[in-house]
Design a protein around this ligand. Structure first.
Ligand code: ZN
Length: 510
């Protein structure tokens, strides 16, 4: 087989993928506009546009032509050589193709219908705190989700849940996650008990002073520009539920939200989305990699590690606020001029068990995720029925966070994920925290004066580390390989625990 012919297959495959990449950019633009500037009257037409693009994308990604090209490349030993970029690209395209083609059309349609029905039922049931009216619809979605997992197939030595997890965190297994989550949960519960008994809660009232949203936006732009977000290749806009979308080469859109009396929430969301944005800007989308897995994020967990690192490891640190507090004071026209660095850092590192995941602090957040992981895994395994969900939720919530859940609306019905059949998604949030903390320890070893740099508003070395060790690789390595290559160790709970203890205890005067 002449080499020229085989490389033609690869070039054709890359061109095919690029078309999907461009369709994805259009879909992202249409959806970004819907979440930011679209007038309400455009909703019906927009739904039609979005579904049209989704259908065209699905056709391209599941086409027989795509399958043929992948198979031709796989037959080429030179192309598939271990450790090569081309081999990784074809391997990942095979994975995507199999995921996209393994589900029968009837099941996809049944799931889509059940998801949209269940979401509506969930909205009313949550508003009326009426789990009974939600249970039959949720049961239906869970049955279909189990069916979906069966179509994907149980990985060797694994369980049904792993097949779902694989959609979001390729290669991860429930057993591995459990091995990291269990010690994390135990030690976090102990930390909370310790600070509750022995700590002095920090003052937080000044964090709720009124600051015009325009000034908050200006502060967010200054901070993210200092982090290294390239505003000639991106934007920051306002939305209800913040997100970040890497449209394609040279265009990354961040969004955030503002409340006049909660500037830490706005700056936290902005730094979080900026972490996602820096990853998107660092992926190698130029040249012929755009649209291929080589220019794609590894997994949701790794994407989240980038957002959590800038939001938490950087954004709640004393070093960061040494630089940022004077900038905030100048931007906020005197509103927080009396706040000193100690108060600011302590206020940003509170740890208070509460009922709602999305409102929880950096430490207790992980307990909310563990609760959901254990429950959804049992639901998929058939060890827990939907009708028993509220009782089990409330019992485990008490064990993990020490609180009595007052209602199902503030308990097992608070999140939309399960209505959508999004099972296997929650663990990626805590995996993000775990990866972020493990990267952070290595970064501090390799850049020993990082604190001094951050205190001057210099984040260049930190961003460079992320570019070199994470961003530039796209999906060439799996998440666990990337972690090993970057930190020399497999994922462990210890760095996150050390990080949280080092932040929370001082905030509580311990
Ligand atoms: Zn995120």
């Amino acid at each position: 087989m002449p080499a020229a012919a085989t490389s033609t297959h690869y070039q054709e495959l890359v061109a095919h993928a690029r078309r999907s990449g461009n369709l994805g950019s259009i879909a992202a633009l249409v959806s970004w506009d819907q979440e930011t500037y679209m007038p309400a009257g455009g909703a019906a037409a927009r739904a039609e546009q979005s579904s049209l693009i989704a259908r065209i994308m699905h056709e391209a990604n599941t086409s027989a032509k795509r399958g043929e090209l992948i198979a031709q490349c796989e037959a080429d030993a030179e192309l598939m050589k271990a450790g090569t970029e081309t081999g990784a690209c074809v391997r990942e395209m095979r994975r995507d193709y199999d995921l996209a083609t393994k589900l029968p059309g009837d099941l996809v349609a049944a799931l889509a219908q059940a998801q949209s029905e269940t979401q509506e039922i969930w909205k009313h049931a949550r508003a009326n705190n009426d789990f009974k009216s939600f249970a039959p619809a949720l049961d239906k979605v869970m049955k279909l989700t189990r069916e979906k997992a069966s179509c994907y197939g149980v990985p060797a030595g694994g369980e049904l849940y792993d097949a779902l997890l694989n959609e979001y965190e390729p290669g991860a297994t429930a057993a591995e996650i459990e091995a990291v989550f269990t010690p994390l949960g135990q030690r976090l519960s102990a930390l909370i008990a310790d600070i509750t008994a022995n700590g002095t809660p920090p003052k937080v009232d000044f964090l709720h002073r009124e600051i015009p949203t325009g000034l908050q936006h200006a502060f967010g732009q200054k901070v993210t520009a200092a982090f290294g977000f390239d505003y000639t290749k991106g934007r920051l806009d306002t939305t209800t539920h913040p997100f970040c979308s890497g449209f394609g080469p040279g265009d990354t859109r961040m969004t955030t939200r503002y409340a006049i009396d909660n500037f830490p929430d706005a700056i936290g969301s902005t730094m979080h989305e900026c972490g996602h944005g820096l990853y998107e800007q660092g992926l190698p989308k130029d040249g012929d990699k755009f649209g291929t897995p080589l220019a794609d994020a590894v997994s949701l967990g790794i994407h989240e590690s980038q957002s959590r690192m800038w939001e938490n490891m950087v954004g709640r640190s004393r070093a960061f606020w040494t630089w940022a507090l004077p900038v905030a004071k100048e931007t906020f026209n005197g509103v927080i001029d009396d706040v000193d660095l100690d108060a600011m850092v302590r206020g940003m590192n509170t740890c208070t068990p509460s009922f709602i995941r999305v409102e929880s602090d950096e430490a207790t957040y992980n307990l909310h995720v563990m609760l959901r992981f254990g429950i959804e895994r049992a639901l998929i395994a058939g060890d827990l029925s939907v009708n028993d969900l509220p009782g089990v939720w409330n019992e485990r919530f008490k064990q993990l966070l020490g609180l009595d859940v007052p209602s199902d609306a503030k308990g097992c019905m608070q999140d939309v994920h399960w209505s959508f059949g999004l099972v296997g998604y929650f663990p990626t949030y805590t995996l993000g925290n775990l990866y972020a903390a493990q990267f952070w320890e290595t970064i501090n070893e390799q850049i020993p004066d990082l604190d001094e740099r951050m205190a001057r508003g210099d984040f260049a070395a930190l961003l460079e580390w992320c570019r070199t060790n994470i961003h530039q690789h796209g999906r060439r390595y799996s998440a666990s390989e990337l972690c090993e290559r970057a930190t020399g160790k497999s994922l462990s709970a210890d760095p996150l625990l050390r990080h949280l203890e080092s932040r929370v205890k001082p905030a509580y005067g311990m």
